[in-house]
Design a protein around this ligand. Structure first.
Ligand code: ADP
Length: 228
């Protein structure tokens, strides 16, 4: 069933970096090496360790998010300001990739009772995905708006898009459209699962639409909370 397949996926994803570290170490120890050779091995072990630690961090986050004991720390959040903060955080990496990263300015401020840290994390995951899949010259736009019942936070890009047949599966844990490419770019395949669980913790949902070759748009819909 679902649970055992999930465990098998976890085991597989944990085994890859561990096997890489083990292989590197075994080869390095098989005979005497120069200082440069040892340095290469340590560097590549460090990379694998970072991967492993990101993966474990994401898994722990999802496990906690699913616990019925998890409470949101809701506070009054200016969403426009939050988006500006995320934009600043990713500015340098967008510039490196030749991608323009902007926030749309709405006339009315959008203020809502949200868990700031979690929403920051969700938007950060979306921006990081958008930047990873948008070629130089492209654009990533962050926007928000609200009506009396819910707020929307949107991240859209002019990137490579997602094939229609893959779209229903992108929120599945460990799902990657192109596993070899995404794995080497450092994705754990858990980014969108985490976005979805953050939306659900707020009583909301995530919507995604995408056109291959045109771009992708992800929208968080979060109901305006009345004191939960
Ligand atoms: P990952 O850690 O691999 O980014 P995610 O759960 O965040 O995992 O995303 C799942 C897959 O969906 C990614 O591997 C990628 O193939 C695809 N994807 C996510 N966001 C975008 C986007 N903005 N444009 C194109 N493809 C995307």
């Amino acid at each position: 069933g679902r649970i055992s397949r999930f465990s098998a996926d976890i085991a597989h994803d944990l085994r890859t970096p561990v096997n890489n570290i083990r292989g590197e170490a075994e080869v390095a120890l098989a005979r005497a090496r120069s200082a440069d050779e040892y340095r290469d091995v340590v560097e590549s072990c460090l990379e694998e360790a970072v991967r492993l630690s990101d993966l474990i961090g994401d898994l722990l986050f999802l496990a906690r998010a699913e616990s019925p004991l998890t409470h949101l720390r809701r506070e009054s959040v200016d969403v426009t300001e939050l988006l500006s903060g995320v934009r600043e955080y990713y500015e340098a990496s967008a510039a490196d990739g030749g991608v323009s990263l902007t926030t749309t300015v709405d006339s009315a401020p959008v203020i809502a009772e949200l868990d700031r840290t979690l929403v920051q994390r969700a938007v950060g995951n979306l921006v990081s995905n958008a930047l990873a899949h948008t070629p130089p010259g492209g654009t990533v736009v962050l926007g928000t708006n609200a009506d009396s019942s819910r707020i929307r936070i949107e991240v859209s890009d002019t990137g490579i898009g997602i094939p229609a047949e893959a779209l229903p599966r992108v929120f599945d844990r460990f799902f990657r459209v192109d596993s070899s490419r995404s794995q080497s770019s450092g994705g754990t395949g858990l980014g969108l699962s985490i976005v979805q669980s953050i939306a659900q913790l707020h009583g909301g949902e995530v919507e995604i639409s995408s056109e291959p070759g045109q771009g992708t748009r992800v929208t968080l819909h979060i109901p305006v909370s009345c004191g939960t």
